[in-house]
Every structure is written in C-alpha cells, then in structure tokens.
Design a binder for this molecule. Structure first.
Ligand code: ATP
Ligand code: MG
Ligand code: MG
Ligand code: MG
Length: 475
C-alpha cells in the first residue's frame, strides 16, 4: 500500500463509523498563545475538550500536521539519529467529543490495525496506565484493561507509568490516561527468541509506539491540580510515517515512500549515497526531515525570522544547511531544490504546498544564500577557537559572537560542539546576550528623539524610533 492509500484507508474507516473528516489545521495557531506550533492532533480541538465551545460534529477524524521542536514535545535531538522521530509529521486521529469512550476506541483501533491494515496480532502490544502515587494520586485504568482483555492475551497488555501513559499537552489543559499500541517489526526469528514486551517504550527502533489512545477525563489547572472535565472525550493520535513504515515492510520511516524520493534527490544533488556511512546518513535524514518542516511552516505563513516561531523555523533550516555543508559538501544553496519532490509526494493531500510552491522556494533559497555567506567563516572561527581552548568547554562570549556575527543559532553551536567532544558555557552565552540587549536598549533610548531615515530606491522611509530595539535579535 502506498502512503496515499494508507491515509485514505484511515479516513474512510472512520468515515464509515460516522466521523466527519476535516482538513488539517495550519501548523501555527495564531489564536493560541500557549503554543508556538501545533504539536498534536488534539490542539485544534482544545476548546471542545475544555467545554468552552461545542463541537458541531461529536465524531471527527483527520490527519493533522504536527511539529515537535519546542516546549514540552521537542524531538529535534532525535531526528536523523533515529529512524522514527520527525520534526514535522502527520498525526492521524479520531475524536469523540462527549460521544463514544473507551470501548469503541479500543475496539476500532484494533479492527483498523489488524483487519484493515492486516498487521499480525503477534506483533502488537498495548499499554495501560498503572496509576500514580504522586500528588495526583490517580488510579489504574481498569476500564481500559478490561476492554483490552477481551481482545488480546494478558501477556500483551503491559502496565505503563505516568511518563508514558498519562497524556498531557502542556503544563495546563485537558489530559488523561492513555493506552498505547506498539508494533514489533523485528524479523520473526528474532521476535520468537526475544519477546517484544521487554522492548516496549525502551527506544528500540523496531519495537515502536504507533498509536496513542487518550481518554480525556481531566483538566490540569494553572496551579497544577487536576479537575474532572465536564464531559469525557476521546483523542487518538497515530504516527502516519510510522504506520507507512510498518505497512510497507521497511524498518525505518525514511525507507517509506514518504521519504525515499526526497533522499534520492539529495543523493543526486550532493553525489553522496545513502546507506554508506553513519554521519552522512544522519545528515541525509536530517535534511529530508527538515525540508518538510520548513516548507510546511512557510506554506502556512510562518516565515523564518528573528523571534518566536519564525526563529524556530530559521534554526531548523540553518541546522539542515549546516549538516549539508559539513557532511555532504554542499557549499551552495540546495535545500530549495527539494521543494518540488516534496510537493510531488505531499501536494495532493496538502494543497497549500502546491499553492505556495514559489514562495517556499524563494524564501528557502534566500535563507540559504544569506546563511552560507557566513557559515564557512563561522565554522573556521569556531575551529580556531577550539584549538586555542584549554579544557573542553567553549567560552560563552565566543558562542555569542558566532550567534551575533555569523548567525549561528545557539543550539547549532551546541550541536557542533558535541560532535567535536566539547560543551558550551551556556551561562556565559546568556550573559553576553543580556549585555547586548542592554546596550541596544540604551542606544535606542539615546536615539529616541531622532528620526531614522533609511534610503530605499527613490523615496525614503520612516522606520520609527525603535528600529534598534526591533533589530536586536532575540532567542
Ligand atoms: P514517542 O514515545 O515515540 O516519542 P510520543 O509518546 O511522544 O511518541 P504521542 O504524543 O503519544 O507520541 O503522539 C501520538 C503518536 O504520534 C505516537 O504514538 C507516534 O506514533 C507519533 N509520533 C510522536 N512523535 C513523533 C515524531 N516526532 N515523529 C513521528 N511520529 C511521532
Ligand atoms: Mg515523544
Ligand atoms: Mg511515547
Ligand atoms: Mg505516546
């Protein structure tokens, strides 16, 4: 089954169970200040879960674009190193707003995976919340356990801790116990020799979590306490790339048809083959991943910038550019050339990619041009500095210079340092950053009464008093 068919099987399955199929919300939700990016399928429905708004349809299903690069859900460090975490991914979900609850959710998830997708029952494990003894004092989820017991042997139902089996979106908001489904895709002989149950939730690349069934029962308040939600809801999220990996019989989501054409294109452009060495493979995976995140963000109106969500996108793009530069020898813009192949793969399901194609290409090419101008100099400054450094820590002031003069986001500097076996003087970096903010603030105060004139072509434009302040780059 190709990815298009898999996506459509999911949506059709739930449509037949009377769900309304809705399009993905944009990655950036302008009206939710608690969230930089949508990081789970449930985000756009938060108000229904909280009881602030009423859903028109009590049952909904969709595929939601998610980005996990900041805040509570940040997978950036894993991406490219492992084979199943992405920055941007699709989360397939079915929802019940005060309608069905645990019985249907569990039965349907099982039906979809085993009957529609044909995954062997012997490869599946599920987890159930075991309860908690901390200040929340939550009980074990007996109800979910009993539903699972009707379907599969007890040896395949595992107890899970709060960390894995109590889902919370952030520090506040709707939350509840969850049951997760894991798939063991190791070869049969290996599966027989060593039971997969022991590998669940152990970051094993081939015993992976695929679907999270969340039973929304509580709201976490600002003071940290839990209150029951007025109505109970269902929120499920299944990693689409992981499902494609399983159904296409490959052991990495980068080997599914969602990524292979992008990887082929990177190989063509760089002349470096995938599957030859660990460091170039990581670079290729990072680039194949990051082009998706950056393109979708731009398509949804979030351009790279100096603050907030824009700076997160810039960091992701610069990270990919640096991987290409250092490991694949890409010293001129190349990321923008991947937009077409991405649009071919995903443009049908996400027409915004097609509609914004030219903008995406232009913005990425511009960003590449500007960062590549300073990247080489910055890297050589870093190497020289490290040569003269005693010990294994880079001075915070130097890291600040890389940030300020060469445009190196601090997480990029940390990453490069780690590769070289060094660490970063984070406190020193922050001190330099603060000093610069103080300086530019003082400068803008001095200039308060001056008109700033900037000549642009024929006319001249008033940019206001606070230009310096606005230009001071913030993290
Ligand atoms: P993991 O433990 O693998 O990091 P998670 O428990 O953080 O996943 P959930 O918040 O439960 O993930 O999200 C629901 C589903 O979304 C997961 O079961 C998984 O299939 C998928 N998923 C989560 N994070 C990613 C990611 N970074 N890339 C691809 N798929 C993901
Ligand atoms: Mg995670
Ligand atoms: Mg998990
Ligand atoms: Mg999970």
């Amino acid at each position: 089954m190709n990815s298009r068919e898999i996506r459509s099987k999911f949506l059709t399955f739930f449509k037949e169970k009377e769900h309304k199929i809705v399009p993905s919300a944009p990655l950036v939700m302008k009206d939710d200040p608690t969230l930089l990016f949508v990081n789970a399928g449930m985000n756009p429905f938060k108000e229904f879960f909280l009881g602030i708004a009423r859903a028109e349809h009590p049952r909904v299903a969709d595929t939601q674009k998610c980005l996990r690069v900041s805040g509570k859900h940040n997978d950036l460090e894993e991406v490219g190193r492992d084979t199943y975490h992405h920055t941007l991914f699709e989360m397939l979900g079915n929802w019940s707003f005060g309608d069905y609850f645990k019985a249907e959710t569990i039965a349907w998830a099982w039906e979809f995976l085993t009957e529609v997708c044909g995954i062997s029952k012997d490869q599946l494990y599920v987890t159930v919340f075991e309860g908690s003894e901390d200040e929340d004092k939550l009980e074990m989820d007996q109800e979910a356990y009993d539903h699972w017991k009707k379907i599969l042997p007890e040896s395949r139902i595992l107890m899970g801790s709060k960390k894995d089996n109590f889902w919370e979106m952030g520090d506040q908001g709707p939350c509840g116990p969850c049951s997760e489904i894991h798939v063991d895709i190791r070869p049969e002989a290996e599966r027989k020799a060593n039971p997969g149950a022991e590998l669940v939730n152990r970051d094993h690349p081939q015993v992976v979590e695929i679907w999270n069934l969340v039973f929304m029962q509580y709201n976490r308040k600002a003071d940290g306490s839990l209150e029951p939600l007025p109505e109970k809801h269902i929120d499920t999220g299944m990693g689409f790339e992981r499902l494609c990996m399983v159904l296409q019989g490959v052991s990495s989501s980068y080997d599914s048809d969602l990524f292979v054409p992008i990887i082929r294109e990177i190989e063509t452009i760089s002349g470096v083959s995938y599957g030859k060495a660990e460091d170039t493979d990581i670079a290729i995976r990072v680039i194949a991943d990051h082009i998706r995140a950056v393109s979708f963000a731009i398509a949804d109106g979030q351009l790279p910038g100096n603050t907030g969500a824009g700076y997160v996108i810039r960091r992701i793009l610069r990270r990919a550019i640096r991987y290409g530069f250092s490991f694949l020898g890409m010293h001129s813009p190349f990321m923008f050339k991947l937009v077409d192949v991405l649009t071919r793969i995903m443009g049908e399901a996400f027409p915004e990619l097609k509609a914004q194609r030219q903008l995406i290409v232009n913005v990425i090419r511009e960003e590449e041009n500007s960062f590549l101008k300073t990247l080489e100099q910055g890297l050589s400054l870093l190497d020289q500095t490290l040569k003269g450094t005693q010990g294994k820590t880079l001075d915070g002031e130097k890291a600040f210079e890389l940030y300020d003069t060469f445009g190196f986001p601090i997480d990029l500097t940390s990453l490069i340092l780690r590769e070289r076996g060094y660490s970063l003087d984070q406190a020193g970096f922050e001190k330099s950053m603060q000093a610069q903010k103080d300086r530019s603030k003082a400068a803008s105060e001095i200039n308060r009464d001056d008109w700033v004139q900037v000549h642009q072509g024929e006319g001249s434009q008033f940019l206001g008093y606070d230009t310096l302040e606005a230009e001071a780059r913030l993290i």
